[in-house]
Design a protein around this ligand. Structure first.
Ligand SMILES: Cc1cc2nc3c(=O)[nH]c(=O)nc-3n(C[C@H](O)[C@H](O)[C@H](O)COP(=O)(O)OP(=O)(O)OC[C@H]3O[C@@H](n4cnc5c(N)ncnc54)[C@H](O)[C@@H]3O)c2cc1C
Length: 486
């Protein structure tokens, strides 16, 4: 047996060195769980100057806003909900995302008698676990269109132009749920891999934001927002990893962009699928095995960005719980020929819970990526133009504005993941991304966690947390078995 193998075999939970790349939900979940299990040498290396990753709560207007994850999606089987359910931290969000007004680009507001049945049909056309999709080869977009028109034909006639305009904006809304550029790239069958947790689907964190959950995971007691709780001394910020060398059987070498080298017996990589797609060929030495690369290529993530506008007073009339933008064809043709073309993918604006002076808007896909390249002022002027075009009342300019740039940031390169028709073609999935790279003795060396590696709860925080726990448990099981052998 080589000296390296002997050295590694002598490792215990107390001496094994574990480096976790990325201090988002998955990384924090893995680190806190490892410490609970008795591992001592746990180090999180994070590229940003903050922890949280795609959980990013910042002070704004009357309390905070979430630039990334905002809601706990569901209750049953949701580890986030289960962890905090007795602590009165979560509450159901007002039904803004059901009650919104449908406004056309000529300022006409659809009467409820028309908007309501269109919403009902569209929402019901999105399959959850319907079995008729199990053998469906097409995209989610094709499936939605087919169902929508079939169900609409059963109702008293609704103007076809309006039904088309509504379907268009519903596509964008649903694409934001998937984080796809459009629904024709989302796999109909693959969509069923996602499991909805029963219960309230939009639970908000009151005035505290999603960051509150990370504080629970870390057992942060201190009122200071920077308190790392049990992770104190286990996190290094501003450490962007340039290379993870997992060659051979001995320790792994991790090189930061500033040249600093760290060594470890195990590495858990939690960077986003966007980062893996862009960097895996340089990030890993040697290159990752074919199955892993296939998963990185085949799984997809898209861009969903948010806008937050803070006004001096509530900007919408009291009976307006938000609105969606329905484009008339002639207006859309005109827009597409102008420099404001990116506004086509801004699909709606809604109030934010506990923030009466804020409007939150959404944009998806390629137009979101273009928007990220514009100046904040240009983006704001575009949105104000949109308000003037659509709304039958004036909206005063906001006193503060911000937008997210999840794709432009090299530490994310997108928002969250979905299963595309290309994923189906490559016959790959989260199982390939999850699979750890072991040495010949079955010791995990390079492990993968993060939302994209969850088979059913991908694209969520609860999914990311479970993957962190999964990889911590993998090491726990390995070391327990080793101790039993000694
Ligand atoms: C706009 C938006 C809205 C969302 N809304 C919701 C929601 O309402 N509810 C919900 O459940 N989920 C939501 N999500 C998804 C949720 O935020 C993610 O699924 C989850 O936070 C992902 O956690 P993670 O640990 O897998 O990845 P990340 O949070 O991305 O963590 C990975 C970490 O790795 C770091 N990193 C990257 N590259 C390097 C490198 N080279 N070296 C070192 N560190 C690196 C990153 O900076 C990051 O901190 C939303 C996401 C977005 C973007």
């Amino acid at each position: 047996m080589s000296a390296a193998s002997l050295r590694l075999l002598s490792k215990t939970k107390q001496t094994a060195r574990i480096i976790i790349v990325g201090a988002g939900s998955a990384g924090i979940a893995a680190a806190t769980r490892l410490l609970e299990q008795g591992f001592r040498n746990v180090l999180l290396l994070e590229a940003e100057d903050r922890i949280g990753g795609r959980i990013h709560t910042i002070p704004f207007a009357d309390n905070v806003v979430d630039l990334g994850a905002q809601w706990c999606h569901g209750e049953q089987g949701n580890v986030v909900y289960q962890r905090v359910k007795d602590q009165n931290m979560l509450e159901a969000t007002e039904p803004h995302y059901d009650n919104f007004k449908c406004v056309r680009s000529n300022g006409e507001v659809l009467p409820e008698a028309i908007a309501e049945p269109l919403k009902t049909i569209a929402f019901n056309s999105i399959p959850e676990r319907q079995t008729d999709l199990g053998s469906y080869d097409g995209s989610l977009g094709d499936y939605l269109d087919m169902k929508y028109w079939k169900e609409l034909a059963k109702l008293p006639p609704i103007d076809r132009t309006i039904a088309e305009e509504f379907l268009e904006v519903f596509h964008k809304f649903e694409a934001s749920v998937e984080a796809a550029d459009h629904l024709y790239e989302v796999s109909g069958r693959g969509h069923l891999e996602y499991w909805l947790c029963e219960g309230e689907l939009l639970l908000n964190w009151r005035q505290k934001g999603y960051k509150q959950f990370l504080r629970v995971l870390m057992k942060a007691q201190d009122a200071q927002p920077e308190d790392l709780g049990v992770l104190k001394g286990h996190v290094l910020l501003n450490k962007r990893i340039a290379e993870i060398n997992w060659e051979g059987a001995d320790e792994l070498k991790i090189r930061c962009w500033n040249g600093e080298i760290h060594t470890a017996d195990h590495v858990i990589c939690t960077v986003s699928l966007g980062v893996l797609k862009e960097q895996h060929r340089n990030l890993f030495v040697p290159n990752l095995p074919a199955a892993k690369v296939r998963a990185i290529d085949g799984l997809k993530l898209g861009t969903v960005d948010k806008f937050f506008l803070e006004f001096t007073a509530p900007p919408l009339p009291e009976d307006w719980p938000g609105f969606n933008c329905l484009w008339l064809k002639k207006d859309l043709d005109e827009l597409r020929g102008s420099e404001l073309f990116w506004l086509e993918s801004v699909f709606g604006f809604y109030p934010v819970s506990h923030q009466p002076r804020i409007l939150q808007g959404w944009i998806i896909g390629a137009h979101a990526r273009h928007m990220e390249t514009l100046t904040e002022e240009t983006v704001l002027q575009g949105l104000l133009w949109l308000f003037r075009k659509f709304l039958p009342f004036d909206v005063a300019p906001p006193q503060r504005f911000l937008r997210t740039q999840w794709h432009a940031n090299p530490n994310f390169r997108g928002s969250y993941t979905f299963r595309s028709t290309y994923t189906d073609e490559l016959r790959t999935g989260a199982w390939d991304l999850e699979a750890p790279l072991m040495d010949v003795g079955g010791r995990p060396r390079l492990q993968f966690a993060g939302e994209s590696s969850h088979k059913h709860y991908y694209s969520t925080v609860h999914g990311a947390v479970e993957t962190g726990w999964r990889e911590a448990e993998r090491l726990n099981v390995y070391y327990k078995a080793r101790t039993a052998q000694l």
